[in-house]
Design a protein around this ligand. Structure first.
Ligand code: DGT
Ligand code: CA
Ligand code: CA
Ligand code: ZN
Length: 575
């Protein structure tokens, strides 16, 4: 599905990067960059098209179509393989540093032997960049900044969003093997942590040999680091490490608990087993005296045999969940099935939306939603904002579309919070919208005090129903801006404004930790995809997982309610 397009686009982006690194002329590089962009933007599923069909798509010519079909049929592109063989791995590693272009990467690699993020840090600290031909003091400052933004803690960790597609594809390939009874990814990725160190794949089989072999030999793998009969470790072609463990089917549940972690959760659960005179490991829950296996087949059985409720993976961080699961106070957290609609989404009425309003509405209705809010950007956003006139035009389009859909299309806008907390349009016009999200899109480097003040000011407005992506972070790329969460929570409660859990896997904003504080404070939440394409609507599950990390129950999430609940929420704010 979405995997194919995204994966194919990544191949072309990699070709462009490698061409650049090997000094190809700019025209050629641009052609591949453009192809990658066109593939990423294509609404059609490439794997359902033949070569002729592909070359009908905007921005995709016959030679691109040929390479796409080569990739879909063989799992590789010969040209890309040749390029990969010709460019040193260390050089590729450098291009993952935000803001570091291929020309500079080449220079650093050739002249200083810099071949990793760490090596670059050291080179800068030792002032070895100074005096390199063509590299001014400004570049050094910029690189230093980029590195500090990357942070120390999380070097080597990758955004969850970079790992999920390859993890799913690895599992899918294994699931097709006749020897495999069950397969899933475990570890931090199953817990939906926002960054992951590696991908942990777990499979159940009576015949592990062929499963390990298929994993090693997969075209998704570029390097095998360790090949044992219990565990295989590889580097995947997105540069991320992946472990495969194969267990006997009877031990599936115990192994899944063990390898899902977190380590801290496991330690706490094992303590509990010991207190009950039992031992727990990846093979099962045992009575050490008789050696009898009490539970192991599935996770629910393992937890139940210790007198515990099943803990949803995102909650397994030793944050009180083990005690709560044991004493019967673990809340039943929100699930994907509870979600009745989505309150933040875009169409191509604003320039950054990739699908038409009708395509978005059809896809939202397809998900079984009772309502979907189209919140195109309001007029103050440079480039993409809609003037009052355009919004009125859109109103007509919504009304016409509404006649054909049972799902309620909420006429919405994403407002821009200005420096003082003001928002777009005049109050009368604003009052005509069904639903408004307000977000910070500018002046992100203000102090925490100023940032907090402008958001609190925006919340006072009767037509600001929710604050979108509260901290503005892009995981792995842009840190959250400073805010005082307690002040914001207090204001949200007082002004009856909801806080959004932005479900985009690159944002997850609120974070799980912030959700937990919002839940404790009694604030109303929304979980919304901020979809800019049809495919983005599937991100809802990441928002739900983030809500689970924050222990949110369905009754705290506005869009787990029906349309009436939304309308009375906006009504209450007006009066
Ligand atoms: P990551 O990869 O750093 O994002 O985090 P995890 O949680 O995926 O950690 P990882 O990949 O080292 O191990 C996967 C799971 O296996 C981990 O969540 C719990 C389990 N595990 C691994 N090593 C140990 C250990 O020494 N003790 C315990 N109790 N569990 C372990
Ligand atoms: Ca892991
Ligand atoms: Ca691992
Ligand atoms: Zn948005």
């Amino acid at each position: 599905m979405a995997w194919t397009n995204e994966d194919v686009a990544r191949q072309f982006a990699e070709i462009a990067t490698l061409l650049k690194l090997s000094g190809a002329d700019a025209f050629r590089v641009r052609a591949y960059e453009r192809a990658a962009g066109a593939i990423g933007a294509a609404a059609a599923d490439l794997s359902a098209l033949d070569e002729a069909g592909m070359s009908q798509l905007k921005g995709i010519g016959t030679s691109t179509a040929k390479k796409i079909s080569e990739y879909l049929q063989t799992g590789s592109i010969a040209m890309l393989d040749e390029l990969r063989a010709g460019v040193p791995a260390g050089l590729i590693a450098l291009t993952r540093i935000p803001g570091l272009g291929p020309k500079t990467a080449r220079l650093l690699y050739d002249e200083l032997g810099v071949d990793s993020v760490q090596a670059l840090r050291t080179a800068i600290d030792e002032e070895r960049l100074r005096g390199l031909p063509g590299l001014g003091p400004k570049t050094e400052v910029n690189l230093r900044e980029a590195l500090s933004r990357l942070g120390d803690k999380d070097t080597g960790r990758r955004p969850m969003a970079d790992a999920i597609a390859i993890a799913e594809e690895l599992c899918l390939r294994l699931a097709r093997l006749p020897q495999v009874r069950q397969v899933t990814f475990a570890g931090s990725l199953r817990r939906l942590r926002e960054t992951v160190g590696d991908v942990d794949v777990l499979a159940a089989s009576d015949d592990p040999g062929p499963v390990h072999a298929a994993f090693r030999d997969s075209d998704l793998v570029t390097e095998v680091l360790a090949a044992g009969d219990k565990k295989t470790t590889v580097i995947t072609r997105v540069g991320l490490q992946a472990d495969l463990r194969v267990v006997e089917p009877d031990a599936w549940g115990a192994a899944l608990v063990y390898f899902t972690g977190s380590k801290a959760h496991n330690v706490r659960v094992r303590e509990r087993a010991v207190r009950r005179g039992l031992t727990l490991n990846e093979y099962g829950l045992f009575d050490p005296e008789s050696g009898e296996r009490r539970a192991s087949r599935d996770e629910a059985e393992v937890y139940a045999a210790m007198g515990m409720a099943l803990v949803p993976p995102p909650m397994r961080e030793d944050a009180g969940e083990v005690e709560a699961a044991a004493d019967g106070t673990l809340p039943r957290t929100v699930e994907l099935a509870h979600v009745r609609g989505d309150l933040h989404g875009h169409s191509d009425w604003s320039g950054d939306g990739k699908a038409t309003l009708e395509q978005m509405v059809a896809a939202a209705a397809e998900r079984g939603y009772a309502y979907w809010a189209v919140t195109d950007h309001a007029e103050d956003l440079p480039m993409n904002g809609l003037s009052r006139e355009r919004m009125l035009e859109r109103r007509g389009a919504i009304a016409a579309l509404q006649e054909r859909y049972e799902m309620r299309i909420l006429e919405g806008a994403e407002l821009n919070i200005d420096a003082d907390g003001g928002v777009d349009y005049d109050p009368d016009f604003l009052a005509s919208f069904d639903w408004c999200v307000a977000s910070v899109h500018t002046l992100m480097n203000r102090s925490g005090r100023e940032q907090t003040a402008r958001i609190v000011a925006a919340m006072q407005h009767p037509q600001v129903h929710a604050i979108g992506h509260l901290t503005g972070r892009i995981i792995g790329r842009r840190p959250p801006y400073d805010i005082d969460l307690d002040t914001i929570l207090e204001a949200a409660l007082r002004t009856q404004t909801a806080l959004e859990i932005n479900a985009s896997p690159r944002r997850l904003d609120l974070s799980g930790e912030m959700v937990r504080r919002a839940v404790d404070a009694g604030v109303t939440l929304t979980i919304s995809c901020d979809a800019h394409s049809v495919g983005d609507l599937a991100s809802m599950r990441y928002g739900v997982a983030t809500a689970q990390r924050g222990w949110a129950t369905a009754d705290r999430v506005l869009n787990c309610g029906d349309l009436d609940r939304i309308l009375s929420f906006t009504q209450a704010k007006r009066t």
